[in-house]
Design a binder for this molecule. Sequence first.
Ligand SMILES: C[S@@+](CC[C@H](N)C(=O)[O-])C[C@H]1O[C@@H](n2cnc3c(N)ncnc32)[C@H](O)[C@@H]1O
Ligand SMILES: [Zn+2]
Length: 321
Amino acid sequence: MERELLQWLRCPECKASLELRDAVENDGEVESGALACSCGREYPVLRSIPRFVESDEYTASFSFEWDIHRSTQYDAGGKTASRDTFTSDTNFQLHEMEGKLCLDVGVGSGRFADVVDRAGGIVIGVDFSFAVDAAAQMLKDRPNVHLVQADVFRLPFEEKTFDYIYSIGVLHHTPDCEAAFKCLPGLLKPDGKIAIYVYSAYVGQEQINRAWRVMTTRLPKRLLYFLCVLTVPLHYVWNRYRFQELFWHYVLPGVVFHLVPKIHDYHDWRARLLDTFDWYSPVYQSKHTYPEVCAWFRESGLVDVRPLGPEVCVCGVRPEE
Ligand SMILES: C[S@@+](CC[C@H](N)C(=O)[O-])C[C@H]1O[C@@H](n2cnc3c(N)ncnc32)[C@H](O)[C@@H]1O
Ligand SMILES: [Zn+2]
């Protein structure tokens, strides 16, 4: 943790400033210590990251997946998939983010923090899970990226702090997506921008998906991951050579096809494995519609609310006062 981060951190309970105590520093970075509040609460700094939660609770599957797949979705070697996803899901202009303070809610292993940092933004990435440790390894030596382990429902920041807030693929993994979203607009400065992406309710086969997830979310994470390792490559070959199409059309048509679990079909095998595990492992997974999400934005006082299709991505602006 850089000392600079202290200026933005507040006690999640009483919103007072925090005082750094017993700091052990190395090369200008705080490796461990405690953040003390005048209300008597204390929050540890462990492995250079301030921790505002005691464990990863319902996000343990994410701690597991990001530890294995920390680099899978990063842009490297000319790939721009994360940058492209970021711009299409948020509608933020990267060149306008230079020098701006940005909150990445549910930072995961940090692929979007990487994009914003490269554009010159200052990013605070928060995540409930130990994904923050994976992100810290991927983004070390980036003085403008700060990581915090915290719950979206108890964020350690003051009102009107951020120029930009984004949360991509996160809020539908909380127990209450709408309530989680509504914790965010107050943290924007006037004229600040916010964008989210949540799973779409327009995709079919929800009953079958739910039935599979009743089982998969209860499996030990290692076993589920092992099953993904076994089935994802088979599924890919099956798909690629169109065996599947022939089989379902001529041998077992109709309803049986719909019982086959959804498996992601990206070109990169690691991304297929990651996203398939990411679909079947999280405890919470909710789906939403455009009218519903746009209403959350308007109820929070945001203006210039825009759906960004085809997924459920919505952006908005906090009006000037
Ligand atoms: C599918 S990952 C997306 C990560 C990243 N935004 C990306 O797209 O690469 C969802 C992330 O949301 C985090 N998350 C879930 N519930 C959360 C909560 N209540 N507060 C903060 N983060 C949460 C998980 O730990 C996980 O890292
Ligand atoms: Zn306090």
